[in-house]
Design a protein around this ligand. Structure first.
Ligand SMILES: [Zn+2]
Length: 167
């Protein structure tokens, strides 16, 4: 457990988003991460999956669903590149996006309505989106009163994802 945690922390400080650019995203198999019940932990441009889930994942890797997950993660990689090419800076900014949504229910809105997730969900189906990425579309996914808007749209992450795709 600690060894794997250490590996994850090391990735944060010892690697840069640009070092992954142009390579196929790496699938890392771990025993303890992600926590049980989660399929993927997207971390520093890697896709981490659990060893006890590996069989299922290998089947999924042949599907379009996986190609979309990978493109989603690649969009996060491009976002991190525009954060001074630093994972630490990117995750701090990501965390701030999550926090500034406030602590009123529904908490699911904190995650899905952040500009980083909104952009990734809106464009994950477009495999050319990362070509010439410069972050200039991010303001399009910056919303005032995110939680209020989320509730108005139906209050589910599914409804939110459909909304951002329509922008
Ligand atoms: Zn995401």
């Amino acid at each position: 457990m600690f060894k794997e945690l250490w590996t994850l922390i090391n990735m944060l400080f010892q690697s840069n988003p640009s070092s992954i650019l142009g390579k196929d995203l790496e699938v890392v198999v771990m025993k303890h991460f992600p926590f049980k019940g989660y399929k993927w932990l997207m971390w520093c441009g890697r896709m981490v999956c659990r060893a006890d889930n590996e069989g299922k994942i290998q089947k999924e890797m042949l599907t379009t669903k996986f190609a979309i997950s990978k493109n989603h993660e690649r969009i996060h990689l491009m976002q991190a590149l525009t954060c001074n090419d630093s994972w630490v800076r990117y995750y701090l900014s990501y965390l701030w996006e999550w926090l500034k949504c406030g602590f009123l229910a529904p908490m699911s809105a904190n995650y899905v309505t952040s500009k980083y997730e909104s952009e990734a969900y809106a464009n994950e189906d477009d495999c050319t989106y990362c070509n010439d990425y410069d972050g200039s579309n991010l303001p399009k996914y910056t919303f005032k009163n995110r939680k209020k808007l989320y509730k108005q749209l139906g209050g589910t992450s599914k409804a939110w994802k459909a909304y951002v795709k329509s922008l």
